[in-house]
Ligand binder design. Structure first.
Ligand code: NAP
Length: 285
């Protein structure tokens, strides 16, 4: 009997502006091919003034979901039908999932980071320093707290955002959070288990920049993580490796948040190694 033909792919994608430099499509479509899923992931530039129409269009065209990136992570919420737990605490959505016709906002950024860290160490009871208080730091802080970290210290250039994040963590989770003003090179206390750069310092093309940290205070028992995906081997990661620390690069977070998004949309757990390999190919590493 002739094979049944189906020319209608399931659609997911990305709304953002700018988006041309965003490599998510490469890793997601690599997973679709690997798992023989007849799905497509489209990278769509959506102006903030068109976001409501874009979400209506997504409903009309039956998209199975979509990622949101800058500047839509907060603004998209008013166009959705509900929020997952961590997206609700963070007040930001990076992954929308069509669940039976209802668009539910999730946040997979921090969950991806947690998966990458849990591959190396148990998070429960850990003492953690986070540099930064923007969207990435917020997502990571909330998920680390939900995953059972005991202490989170936030350092940030501007104190308003840093204090706000520490307060959010203290009021909405069980973690013991505090804000420390970031002045000069920060000496990481010896009892810290995990150090995270969640700022944009080190992002291409500013590849020689590194967060103000006293490199001599990094100890081999610490795990050091960086959110910067491009280049994955930042100066901070190199310094941490020289100090003997175990490291997690920004591709770890990027790939694992993508894994969770694909799980939400398709129900299939994709092969993270296939996705990472696809990104390494485009970044030439
Ligand atoms: N790997 C992944 O999957 C993944 C996912 C999401 C984001 N990211 C990366 O995370 C980075 C941050 O994204 P975001 O959404 O959090 O951005 P954001 O909301 O704009 O926050 C940027 C953060 O970096 C700090 N910062 C920027 N330049 C600085 C400098 N020169 N000195 C000190 N602090 C500085 C800001 O401090 P102020 O508050 O003082 O401005 C703020 O805390 C981006 O590079 C993005 O590529 C990676």
């Amino acid at each position: 009997m002739a094979k049944e033909l189906n020319f209608k792919q399931e659609l997911v994608g990305l709304f953002g502006k700018p988006v041309a430099e965003n490599p998510t499509q490469v890793m997601v479509e690599a997973a679709f091919r690997h798992h023989h899923l007849d799905w497509r992931y489209l990278t769509m530039e959506v102006d903030p003034s068109d976001l409501g129409d874009a979400v209506k269009g997504a409903r009309a065209m039956g998209l199975r979901g979509f990622n949101c990136t800058i500047p839509h992570k907060v603004a998209v919420i008013k166009h959705l039908d509900g929020l997952g737990e961590s997206a609700e605490v963070m007040g930001a959505v990076n992954c929308v999932v069509n669940r039976g016709g209802r668009f539910i906002g999730e946040n997979t950024d921090g969950k991806g980071f947690v998966t990458a860290l849990e591959n190396i160490t148990d998070i429960r009871g850990k003492r953690i320093v986070i540099f930064g208080a923007g969207g990435a730091a917020r997502a990571i802080g909330v998920e680390l707290a939900i995953a059972g970290a005991s202490v989170i210290t936030i350092l940030n250039r501007s104190s308003g955002r840093g204090e706000e994040l520490a307060e959010l963590l203290n009021t909405r989770t069980d973690v013991d959070a505090s804000f420390v003003p970031w002045k000069g090179d920060f000496a990481v206390p010896g009892n810290i288990d995990v150090v995270v750069n969640a700022t944009s310092i080190g992002l291409y093309p500013d590849v020689d920049a590194r967060p103000a940290v006293d490199v001599g205070s990094l100890r081999p028992n610490m795990v050091v993580a960086d959110v910067i995906p491009n280049p994955p081997e930042t100066r901070f990661i190199q310094d941490a490796q020289s100090a003997g620390c175990r490291v997690i690069d920004g591709l770890g977070m990027l790939v694992n948040q993508g894994v969770i998004g694909i799980e939400y949309w398709t129900g299939i757990t994709p092969d993270a190694a296939v996705m990472r390999h696809a990104l390494e190919e485009v970044f030439g590493i």
